[in-house]
Design a protein around this ligand. Structure first.
Ligand code: AMP
Ligand code: MG
Length: 406
């Protein structure tokens, strides 16, 4: 048995970033940059007006009110070639238009009488005011986004501003999902006596998608060597394989043996966590294989703690673990020392402090508690009793929107 921390280290050490592809900006949100991006030109490319108003020579306007002759008009999109601000004159200019020669200040229209032939400036002005200078945002040659950065709308905006329609990102791994067990029927069938619906495939596909990868559903391996050989071989063609169930010590638990027969190298089996103990991890060549326990709660929790960080790392993410923070327990919690206990909790924030309440019955087979939980409390292996008010480490579960309130 390996510890929780050892298991995570082993998994991450085996992860290689997926390949690199170039995707259109419309497809790029949420992906991870695979190269540093260098500005191909200055941004902005020319000095331009930050306001609708008048381009002026500052030295003409040192005492206000003053009146200037309006000699031109520069809307956004116009060229400033051949237009200049002469002594005692102003050029009417709109936001974003290039500032003309001679201009060293822009006066907002609100600080004038809005005149068309002549304009009277009402307020004092500062030299250089309301001019956006060439390269003040980003100068040509500067790295404006780094490899490993997640592409958000701001990155998309800047890439588009530089005319870069295609962006180099890490590929989204294809993740094969295989369930095992004679008791399983597929969604859409009515389960007969002793049968249950293969719900793990669906929730694993949801989790794989949520983390940015592409699920490939392999179906169900029946509890026979032949069926396992066939389905595991099919799953091993993907970039990653996740199996659920058949990985404990039961008579029909064939996953590990058949994986070994297919040439996979087991990196660990059994982790010091509860629930989720009988998790196995193997490498088949360069393909990671996660064999997760079959109880839906265990499957989801082991995905969250081991597979999610691995899939994020493969996609080039730098921060792959959920942010851990402290929450005070609303009530006592007991556990046996020896394993990390994973408790499904609800969180509340009061006066800047987080509080955790058990989301319900913590037995592995109770799925509703998982549905009701927002977060996971990680009780250290060596710990035993926790009193109400004790602080524990918690993290939100999955892509939780409340991360933003941290
Ligand atoms: P096993 O590891 O094969 O002993 O399965 C552990 C438990 O998880 C059993 O109660 C199974 O019925 C249940 N289980 C296994 N596979 C699935 C699945 N794909 N969807 C839902 N429950 C499952
Ligand atoms: Mg089984």
């Amino acid at each position: 048995m390996v510890s929780f921390e050892e298991a995570r280290t082993i998994v991450l050490e085996c992860m290689q970033p997926a390949g690199i592809e170039r995707v259109h900006l419309l497809e790029a949100a949420g992906r991870v940059l695979a190269e540093d991006l260098v500005a191909p030109w200055d941004l902005p490319l020319w000095d331009n007006s930050a306001m609708d108003g008048y381009a002026v020579r500052w030295q003409d306007c040192t005492s206000t009110p003053c009146t200037l002759r309006v000699t031109g008009f520069l809307p956004a999109g116009a060229k400033a070639d051949g237009i200049a601000v002469e002594a005692g004159c102003a050029v009417r200019i709109m936001t974003g238009a290039p500032t003309p020669d001679g201009c060293d200040a822009v006066v907002p229209v609100e600080e004038t009488d809005d005149g068309r032939q002549e304009v009277t400036l009402l307020e004092t002005l500062k030299k250089g005011q309301h001019i956006r200078c060439r390269a003040e945002d980003v100068a040509a040659g500067v790295v404006f986004a780094r490899r490993g950065a997640r592409i958000r709308p701001p990155e998309v905006n800047m890439l588009a501003g530089f005319g870069m329609a295609l962006v180099p990102v890490y590929c989204r791994p294809i993740v094969a999902i295989l369930s095992t067990g004679d008791e399983l029927v597929e969604l859409g069938c009515t389960p007969g006596p002793g049968e249950i619906i293969n719900s793990n495939t669906l929730s694993l596909a949801a989790a794989v998608q949520e983390v940015g990868c592409i699920p490939r559903v392999i179906g169900i391996a029946r509890d026979s060597r032949e069926s396992h050989l066939e389905k595991l071989s099919e799953g091993l063609k993907a970039d990653v394989l996740i199996t659920s169930a058949g990985v404990s010590a039961g008579d029909c638990d064939l996953v590990r043996d058949v994986l070994e027969e297919l040439g996979a190298k087991q990196m660990f089996w059994k982790v010091g966590i509860k629930p989720g103990g009988p998790t196995a991890f193997a490498m088949h060549g360069s393909t990671p294989v996660f064999s997760l326990p079959g109880n839906p709660v265990s499957t989801m929790i082991t995905f969250e703690e081991f597979v999610r960080p691995a899939l994020l790392r493969m996609q080039g993410h730098q921060r792959v673990f959920q942010p851990i923070f402290k929450a005070a327990l609303r009530h006592a919690l007991n556990k046996k020392p020896g394993k990390v206990q994973i408790v499904r909790v609800r969180l509340e924030k009061e006066q800047g402090r987080w509080y955790a309440t058990s989301a319900g019955n913590q037995q592995t087979a109770i799925l509703k508690t998982m549905v009701d939980a927002q977060a996971i409390a990680l009780l250290p292996a060596e710990s035993s009793c926790f009193a109400a008010g004790d602080e524990v480490n918690v993290h939100f579960y999955g892509n939780h929107i409340e991360l933003e309130s941290l």
